[in-house]
Design a protein around this ligand. Structure first.
Ligand code: NAP
Ligand code: ZN
Ligand code: ZN
Length: 356
């Protein structure tokens, strides 16, 4: 549909980019396209820092392209709209998550599941625009131009910086919790209390579930309760893990590093499901016995579609849910990466994009 449009342009943008997998992020100047008829131009005010940014900037999943401006938890103010834009006007708050477009034609797109587009969604960075050539660049920047179909309405009642992480961490945890029908009467565990995990705890609690946080960090125990968990299990403590065996209907596993996932399968009740959303750089080794002995399942889930992302934002507005954040200037991004790898973040870094 839009393939004949021009995706390169002259809208000046400043940001931070990785020039290679081995070099730290550094200041980078580039341009965005002039808005098409259905595009929205957004002055980026804040951008959350997701562990996927680290995986991709360091090419831990393979296939990364450089230079790369990461960032897919992008919020700001609309400054300009194309002639046919209906849903946004200058001055509106707006957000861009993990995708900037998709084929809009396949079965998945037709069902509002653009993240599973059969022709490959156009992701916000480390991907290509609809022309299949121009690299997409993310939200560690001052401006972004995106088709309005992929722009979210940010709730006015929520703090804007603290709602940026909803656009990835929020939807990535909300979508599987909804898909596996978590609610009143469900016993849920969330593994890993990082950016995704702390959102998973808040959302599962708001959905009415009985929530357990499973963490390697004894120091996060009190926080887990404050965030909404009813119980906490420290996974490094064998007695606590044993006591939790067979307990959960659903486990949301957000761990970013390789771990023994069989230990968590053992915590599932009969016919329970563990959904992996974390994507460590090494594939997990899955044993058959813990699965067959309880007809248990291990599944996966990728972010969420645009319609569901808006639904999640509205759910968060209704329940007063945002992310617990630490704001940083853009120049601190490499330190933030180092701290995230050590698990030293409570619970999401958010870049103040005005600081560049
Ligand atoms: P994060 O903020 O760095 O949190 C990851 C958490 O995992 C840590 O806080 C830590 O929690 C736990 N952890 C880390 N190393 C561990 C280890 N060796 N053993 C056990 N637990 C460990 O990362 P994030 O931004 O939430 O992202 C988490 C993962 O999800 C990443 O792999 C990311 O790429 C992926 N992701 C996937 C999707 C998707 O669509 N599926 C979307 C976004 C992100 P504790 O201190 O509590 O143990
Ligand atoms: Zn993300
Ligand atoms: Zn599609």
């Amino acid at each position: 549909m839009t393939n004949t449009l021009k995706f390169t342009g002259s809208v000046p943008a400043k940001g931070y980019a990785a020039q290679s997998a081995k070099t730290p992020l550094a200041p980078f100047e580039f341009t965005r396209r002039e808005p098409h008829d259905t595009d929205v131009q957004i002055e980026v005010l804040y951008c959350g820092v997701c562990h996927s940014d680290i995986h991709q900037a360091r090419d831990e999943w393979g296939g990364s392209t450089f230079p790369m401006v990461p960032g897919h938890e992008v919020v700001g103010k609309v400054t300009r709209v194309g002639a046919k834009v209906k849903g946004f006007k200058p001055g509106d708050l707006a957000g861009v998550g993990c995708m900037v477009d998709s084929c809009r034609d396949c079965k998945a797109c037709g069902e509002g599941l653009e993240q599973y587009c059969e022709n490959g969604a156009n992701f916000t960075y480390n991907s290509k625009e609809k022309d299949g050539v121009t690299p997409t660049q993310g939200g560690y920047s001052t401006v972004i131009v995106t088709d309005e179909k992929f722009v979210l309405r940010m709730p006015k009642e929520l703090d804007l910086a603290a709602s940026a992480p909803l656009l990835c961490a929020g939807i990535t945890t909300y979508s599987p919790l909804r898909h596996w029908k978590v609610g009143k009467g469900t016993k849920v565990a969330v593994v890993g209390l990082g950016g995704l995990g702390h959102m998973g705890v808040k959302l599962a609690r708001a959905m009415g579930a009985e929530v357990t946080a499973i963490t390697t960090s004894t120091s996060k125990k009190e926080d887990a309760i404050r965030l909404g968990a009813h119980h906490v299990v420290v996974s490094k403590n064998p007695a606590e893990m044993e006591a939790a065996a067979g307990r959960f209907d659903f486990i949301l596993n957000t761990v970013s590093a390789p771990t023994d996932i069989n230990a968590y399968v053992n915590l599932l009740a009969r016919e329970g499901t563990m959904c992996l959303v974390g994507v460590p750089d090494k594939a997990p080794e899955l044993q058959a016995f813990p699965l067959i002995s309880g007809r248990r399942s291990v599944a996966g889930s990728l972010i969420g579609g645009i319609k569901e992302t808006q639904e999640m934002l509205d759910f968060c507005a209704k329940h007063g849910i945002t992310s617990d954040i630490e704001k940083i200037p853009m120049a601190k991004i490499n330190d933030a990466y180092t701290r995230m790898i050590k698990g030293d973040v409570k619970y999401r870094f958010v870049i103040d994009c005005k600081t560049i």
